[in-house]
Ligand binder design. Structure first.
Ligand code: NAD
Ligand code: UDP
Length: 337
């Protein structure tokens, strides 16, 4: 039996593939390379010591998906494929709904045809929007403030409706907080196209000399040092969270489980910058500028449900995240290029 990873050539997909293969799973990746490069697959091969099948195709194409399910003995799916840039989603809502919602619908229909009823879905803490308080439990109100977040919430709702109508399904909705860092070997990591939207890849690109300085978006938030607070989670911890969710789904609980994947600790922009400077020995020139539209002041998880239900908890520190992000960027100044 194989595990299908849609979007498997992307940042979280590659790390999860490495962890799943190491745990003894057979995986097949499926990706249209809209936000990833085939070079990443060669690196994965170097980490695990053998090639992993990867099919080029689009999750919106039933033809591509039906061919995939006919070709491989797939028993469960981890659904990463999607677009994730918040600003772009506001400018191109139809493209985001088509890809994220339309792609998920086509995938679920193909799974139904192939009688595969186990899925782990990449959701996001973005769906909480501006939460009333922190830490945020799974029961918090869902008020996404942008198109990207609404596309994730729509897919969650589709999966809840599917589960209510067809209780044979085992469905894990994983709400990621802020994934950062890289595989400790430095062969795979985050490789954003163009100017990074996210904090950690921007910091590592400043450190490696690709960008002159970091702009810190807002120094007047109601937080201890005035900068935004987030729950950064090491991508290897996140990958292990997927392994735990998959093991849960493979036991056929026929339940729908919603779990935060975070550390439960908030960290400010300036704290992250200081930790990175210490670990890397590189100064990160930075300047406080205006707030970024749509940002919340603070957001961190209550991760207790994942511990209780999946037996998973994040173990890596902020220093680990900075060290591994830097190791990746230092060894690959231009990413996979
Ligand atoms: P990524 O862009 O690196 O990976 C996504 C992969 O999906 C890419 O390889 C891309 O080429 C592929 N893809 C996109 N549309 C596709 C389509 N129609 N058909 C086939 N492949 C397609 O992003 P990531 O950081 O690895 O994120 C993976 C998932 O986790 C996404 O769904 C994202 O929304 C979600 N997520 C990410 C974060 C984060 O900060 N990285 C946070 C919360 C949730
Ligand atoms: N941030 C920043 N400068 C940047 C990118 C991000 O100051 O170049 C801040 C941002 O305002 C937020 C935090 O870093 O407080 C995390 O932002 P990111 O985009 O990585 O994640 P998200 O906003 O999606 O939680």
């Amino acid at each position: 039996m194989m595990i299908l990873l849609t979007g498997g050539a992307g940042y979280i997909g590659l790390h999860t593939a490495a962890v799943l293969v190491e745990a003894g799973h057979e995986v097949v990746l499926f990706d249209n390379f809209s936000n990833s490069k085939p070079a990443g697959l060669k690196r994965l091969e170097a980490i695990i010591g053998r090639a992993v099948p990867c099919v080029e195709g689009d999750v919106r194409s039933r033809q591509d998906l039906d061919g995939l399910f006919d070709q491989y003995p797939i028993g469960a799916v981890v659904h990463f494929a999607g677009l994730k840039a918040v600003g772009e989603s506001q400018a191109q809502p139809l493209r985001y709904y088509d890809n994220n919602v339309g792609g998920s619908l086509a995938l679920l229909a193909a799974m139904q045809r192939a009688e595969v009823r186990r899925i782990v879905f990449s959701s996001s803490a973005t769906i909480y929007g501006n939460a009333d308080s922190n830490p945020i439990p799974e029961t918090a109100a869902l008020r996404p403030a942008n198109v990207y977040g609404r596309s994730k919430l729509m897919v969650e709702e589709i999966l809840r409706d599917l589960h209510a109508a067809a209780p044979g399904w085992s469905i894990a909705l994983l709400r990621y907080f802020n994934p950062v860092g890289a595989h400790p070997g430095g062969l795979i990591g985050e490789d954003p196209n163009d100017i990074p939207n996210n904090l950690m890849p921007f910091v590592t690109q400043v450190a490696v000399g690709r960008r002159p300085e970091l702009q810190v978006f807002g120094g007047d938030y109601p937080t201890p040092d005035g900068t935004g607070v987030r729950d950064y989670i090491h991508v290897m911890d996140l990958a292990e969270g997927h392994r735990a969710a998959l093991d849960w789904a493979l036991r056929d609980p026929r339940e729908l489980l919603t779990a935060n994947l975070g550390t439960g600790r908030g960290c400010s922009v300036l704290e992250l910058v200081r930790a990175f400077e210490q670990v890397s020995g590189k100064a990160i020139p930075h300047r406080i500028v205006a707030r970024r539209a749509g940002d919340v002041a603070a957001c961190w998880s209550d991760p207790s449900l994942a511990r209780e239900r999946l037996g998973w908890t994040a173990t890596r520190s902020l220093d680990d995240m900075c060290r591994d992000a830097w190791n990746w960027q230092r060894n690959n100044p231009q990413g996979f290029a």
